[in-house]
Design a protein around this ligand. Structure first.
Ligand SMILES: Nc1ncnc2c1ncn2[C@@H]1O[C@H](COP(=O)(O)OP(=O)(O)OP(=O)(O)O)[C@@H](O)[C@H]1O
Ligand SMILES: [Mg+2]
Length: 249
């Protein structure tokens, strides 16, 4: 661990996590921390184990060995329900949005505001959505647009707004801007960068060294299923990161 991490609050830590798929060791004794109110990144080449790590953190995969430590509790593995209960939301690439519903409908999906316990209170939902979109400084012109018509960046923003509305505190991203153009990914990067100041923690996985260098505070370098180094952004450069990711040492 980097020396400068010593006095920070840890949101979640992974301890000695190993996961194999048949003969492939996707994760090999991985230990790492995600800190509160900070952007932690994992960078690594294709197949280095990044998505497997995220699936273990979001409770969709069980590790073969190791544990996950959250606020003094050691879990052998998480479930999606436990991850949620502990304030961790994963924004996946497919985003699991309902394309036929509008923005407010998606932000409130499954947790709709009701009148008398059963009539959906759309007025209140639009009001709350508008507040949230403004607070996050998200560029979405019209709240009643079905989400299927939005751009990739706007859809990603709706998924982030939903996680935040649900009270989640650690937002986890797996390659959030992989399919986006320059302008859109710039907007998502700004939104992600603004989250720590608003009291959220972020874990982001990316192969895009420049994105990681732009937004992350704390960077973990993954190679062949191992975290080979943990550095603070100030201690590295994009060229250095590139070398470390691809080094065969
Ligand atoms: N369900 C699975 N069954 C078999 N092998 C798997 C499975 N999931 C991942 N793997 C293997 O585990 C290794 C790590 O995969 P993982 O998806 O975690 O990599 P990644 O770093 O996310 O790669 P990418 O950058 O391409 O998304 C790879 O060799 C992959 O083929
Ligand atoms: Mg992946």
């Amino acid at each position: 661990m980097d020396e400068s991490n010593k006095n920070k609050n840890v949101f979640v830590s992974l301890k000695n996590i190993t996961k194999s798929f048949g003969k492939i060791k996707a994760l090999d004794d991985v230990s790492m921390e995600v800190f509160e109110n900070e952007i932690t990144a994992i960078v690594g080449d294709n197949g280095s184990g990044k998505s497997t790590l995220i699936k273990i953190l979001s409770g969709t995969l069980r590790p073969d060995r190791g544990s996950i430590h959250i606020r003094n509790i050691n879990y052998r593995h998480l479930t999606p329900g436990l991850a949620y209960k502990n304030g961790m939301a994963t924004v996946y690439q497919d985003l699991s949005l309902d394309n036929h519903r509008d923005i407010a409908g998606n932000i409130f999906l499954g947790r709709e505001i009701t009148k008398f316990g059963f009539i959906i209170n759309y007025k209140e939902m639009y009001k709350e959505s508008e507040k949230l979109i403004k607070a996050l400084n998200i560029n979405i012109p019209y709240l009643k647009t079905p989400v299927g018509y939005l751009s990739g960046g706007q859809r990603q923003s709706v998924a982030i707004a939903r996680a935040i509305f649900q009270g989640q505190k650690l937002i986890i991203f797996d390659e959030p801007t992989a399919a986006m153009g320059i302008k859109e990914s710039g907007a998502i990067n700004s939104l992600i960068k603004s989250l720590p100041k608003k009291g959220f923690s972020v874990l982001i996985i990316s192969h895009d060294i420049y994105q990681v260098f732009d937004i992350a505070d704390n960077i973990n370098i993954m190679r062949h299923g191992k975290i080979v180094e943990n550095v603070m952004k100030e201690e590295t450069t994009p060229t250095d990161l590139m070398k470390k990711i691809s080094s065969s040492l």
